[in-house]
Design a protein around this ligand. Structure first.
Ligand code: NAD
Length: 489
């Protein structure tokens, strides 16, 4: 029997679009096909935009506190269905149930933030700007917005976008990753149940054709994108060319720098907070996080201790079927293509004079798309893996001679997403914070991901645009300013 087709949402109708191509949705931990994503076309985008445009006048005129109340109800429903959503994320993405809970939790936090829209979108006033003239500046919605999301956070990344945009008074057309369409559909069902009016949120499934139709559609005012850098740049350029505002977040190559004072002696390995943070950063979500630490720099004698302790911790990490085994410490990667690409990188490493200290092709389950935790040592800035985003549980070790050299190496990486320093030395940490050219910096934190109150502030090849997702930049992105000067007769 064929796996079911994932419906699209136009207005309040869930329908099966008429398409000839489908993408198989796998349960990555077993390889089983659990659904088929219809690869929609520009006609489906057209229908979604019409539904969004029709809904816009009433929704944008609704008082902000009333819009906020719909978000409060949505938040309650998300809490009621929290475990169900986490299990869905785990099933279609492969991350562990605990990681899936984090994915949903981070998304709910954006809904909580967005529910305060009446306060967030308040304007400014200056009485007596000139003699007898008062000035007010308000933030107004912008129209129909579009969102395009990646596979690695099926709940959180879509929720970076549509709750805030909708709270601001816009309507929305969302295209989730064709690899993980199920969570988004469930999230939308709950939003409708919370009382969201027809047409305020629409969902179209598919790939490039849908994305290009969104970036070029004259009725779409703004495009939010999260995905790999090459596509992020393309979406940015195409949408700008068509007169839209764009926020387009790309890929990453994040560094974890460990100073000698941050790793304990071998006896303390199991509980060493630095080792635990490095493990979580590099191998959490099977390394498929834009915030994943992918290069580990050990300074001075930190390097040997780090390597020994890390190997011990890696040997204790259980890789398994996250959908069936709640004890599994790490799940699979998203699909066979990702697994094969990562296996190739491991196979090529010795040709680049890189030592494969732990080989993720060994000791993994037969079924599903598994890659075990892998450690390369001897990576230098000349190696391909120094800049390539591997997006899997592959960690490259580097040995800079000084803090200066570490910072210089980090600043050579074209992405500017995240970097972390582990140290007890406030002076070293301060230099790192000041001099590293990345938009998100951690001090003794493996994953310095801003939560909903702050923007996700990548730089350089990790972000194309001006206003980032989430936080106050998110509010500014989804609203435009109106300034009124008044003189009473
Ligand atoms: P991807 O770029 O392959 O896909 C992202 C979205 O773009 C999907 O919806 C996909 O259907 C669409 N798409 C793919 N190819 C396209 C094309 N040629 N033209 C138009 N649209 C296209 O990314 P992915 O593999 O789903 O996700 C992983 C990437 O996302 C990684 O690079 C990761 O770092 C990045 N990411 C970044 C952030 C961030 O905040 N910077 C957050 C999460 C993920």
């Amino acid at each position: 029997m064929k796996a079911p087709v994932v419906p699209i949402l136009i207005g309040d109708l869930w329908t099966e679009p008429q398409v000839s191509h489908f993408t198989a949705v796998h349960q990555p931990s077993s390889g089983e096909v659990i659904a088929r994503t219809p690869m929609c076309g520009s006609m489906d985008v057209e229908l979604a935009v019409v539904a969004g445009s029709d809904a816009y006048p009433d929704w944008s005129r609704l008082p902000a506190p009333e819009r906020g109340r719909v978000l409060f109800r949505y938040r309650e429903l998300l809490e009621d269905h929290f475990e169900e959503l986490a299990q869905l994320v785990c099933r279609e993405n492969g991350k562990t149930l605990e990681e899936a809970r984090g994915d949903v939790r981070r998304g709910i936090e954006v809904v909580e933030f967005a529910a305060g829209i009446g306060h967030l979108a308040k304007g400014e006033i200056l009485p007596q700007l000139a003699d007898g003239i008062d000035a007010t500046s308000t933030r107004e919605p912008i129209g129909v917005c579009a969102g395009i999301t990646p596979f690695n956070f099926p709940a959180m990344v879509p929720m970076w976008m549509y709750p805030l945009s909708i709270a601001c008074g816009n309507t929305f057309v969302l295209k989730p990753s064709e690899k993980v369409p199920l969570t988004v559909n469930r999230l939308a069902e709950l939003f409708l149940e919370a009382g969201l009016p027809t047409g305020v949120l629409n969902i179209v499934h598919g790939g490039r054709e849908v994305v290009e139709a969104m970036c070029t559609h004259p009725e779409i005012a703004a495009v939010s994108f999260v995905g790999s850098s090459a596509v992020a740049r393309r979406v940015y350029e195409l949408s700008c060319l068509h007169g839209k505002r764009v926020q387009s977040a790309g890929g990453a190559k994040n560094v974890l720098l460990v100073m000698p004072d941050a790793v304990e002696s071998a006896a303390a390995a199991a509980s060493d907070p630095t080792i635990q943070a490095v493990m979580g950063s590099a191998f959490g979500c099977a390394g498929q996080r834009c915030m994943a630490g992918s290069l580990l720099m050990g300074l001075g004698d930190a390097a040997h201790r780090l390597r020994d302790q890390l190997c011990a911790a890696m040997d204790g990490l259980t890789v398994g079927d996250t959908a069936a085994d709640p004890e599994a410490g790490m799940g699979p990667v998203i699909d066979a293509g990702a697994r094969d690409r990562l296996f190739t990188r491991i196979q090529e490493a010795p040709q680049q004079d890189t030592e494969v200290v732990r080989d993720g092709r060994e000791g993994i389950p037969d079924d599903g798309f598994f890659v075990g935790p892998t450690l390369f040592d001897g990576v230098t800035p000349d190696h391909g893996v120094f800049t390539e985003e591997l997006f899997g549980p592959l960690l490259g070790m580097m040995r800079p001679e000084s803090l200066d050299q570490a910072i210089e190496w980090i600043n050579r990486i074209p992405n500017g997403n995240a970097a972390t320093i582990f140290t007890r030395d406030g002076g070293a940490a301060r230099r790192f914070v000041r001099e590293v050219e990345c938009g998100m910096i951690g001090v003794n934190l493996g994953v310095p991901a801003p939560m909903a109150l702050f923007s996700f502030s990548g730089w350089d090849q990790s972000f194309f645009g001006d206003l980032h997702v989430q936080g106050m930049e998110g509010v500014m992105f989804y609203t435009r300013q109106k300034t009124v000067l008044t003189r009473w007769m």
